[in-house]
Design a protein around this ligand. Sequence first.
Ligand SMILES: [Zn+2]
Ligand SMILES: [Zn+2]
Length: 336
Amino acid sequence: MTLQIDRWLHPTPSGLYCAPGQFYIDPPRPVDRAVITHGHSDHARSGHGAVLATADTIAIMKVRYGESCAGTFEATAYGNETSINGVKVRLVPAGHILGSAQVVIEWQGSRAVVSGDYKRAADPTCAPFELVPCDVFVTEATFALPVFRHEKAEHEVQKLFASMAAENQRTHLIGAYGLGKCQRVIKLIRNAGYDQPIYLHGAHVALTELYQSLGIDLGDVRPATSAEVSDTSGAIVLCPPSALNDRWTRRFNDPVAAFASGWMRVRGRARQYGVELPLVISDHADWPELIDTIAETEAEEVWVTHGRDDALVHHLSTLGRKARALALVGREDEAD
Ligand SMILES: [Zn+2]
Ligand SMILES: [Zn+2]
C-alpha cells in the first residue's frame, strides 16, 4: 500500500504545505498561516499572517525581526495537541536550539513528522530530541555524509581549556553562530567549571541576553566593547565567525582564532577562516545520528531537506527504504 501522504502534505514554491490544514511549515516567503520549527533564519521569516510555534521560538523571532514580525502569534507547549482546520498538530522537542521543535501532523490516520533541524547529542540549552514513530519522516541532511562524525562537545571544550593553559596570555576568540551555538558554547564552558567573565561581540549580545531571560544561566557575560585589552588577555571572547578575519580582532592580545562548528570536521573550512583551534561542536545530527534516527522512526517514507540530500537519499535506497529529496527553496548550508 502506498501512503499517498503527498496528497495532503507537499512541497510548493512557498514551502512545505499541508493542504487540508491550509498551513505551511517554515515557509521561505510570507504566507497566511505558518508553523515554525525554530528561530534560525532559513526556517523563521518575518511577514506571516499567523504563526504557531513554541513560546521560546516566538520570543527569538521577536528579538530578531521585531515585535510585530507576524500578524498574530500562537504559542504552544511541547506535546500540546492543537487542531488547524481539522488537522491535528503538535510540537515536540528537536534538540537543536532553544525552542526548536519537530512538527507532528496527523490526518486521516497517517502521521508525518517534520523534524526541522535536529540533533541527538545532549545540549544544556534546550530540551532533548524526542522520537516520534511516524509514516513519513521529513529529515534534514546538513551533515549527511559518512565523514561527519561529531566529537562529544565536552571533549572539544577540554581542547579549548588545554589551549588556554598553554597560551595563557592570549585572548581565545571563538567564532560561533549567534543563535544557539554561541549560548551552547558558553553553557558548556560553564558546566566544565570555568567561572571567569566571558566576553561577547556586540552582534551576540541581544540573543544571549534573551537566553538568560528565558532561564538559561550563562554566568557573567559582558560586552567586549566595554572591556580593556588587559581584561581580555587570557580570556574567552565569542564573536560571529565572519568577525574572525575582521579588523575588530586587532583590539585583542595576539588572539587565538577558534571556531565552534560541525564544519570544523573539514580541514579546508578551518583554513578558509584562518582558524588555529577548530572545535567540532555541531547543532545538527551527524551521519550516524541521521541514520539511526530515521531507522528508529520506522517511517515508511523519508523526505530529505538541506544540503547533502542526494547522499542520504542514495544511502536509504540501498537499504530498501523509500526516500526522496524535497528540494525546498531557501534551505542553505546554514548556521552551524
Ligand atoms: Zn537550524
Ligand atoms: Zn536549517
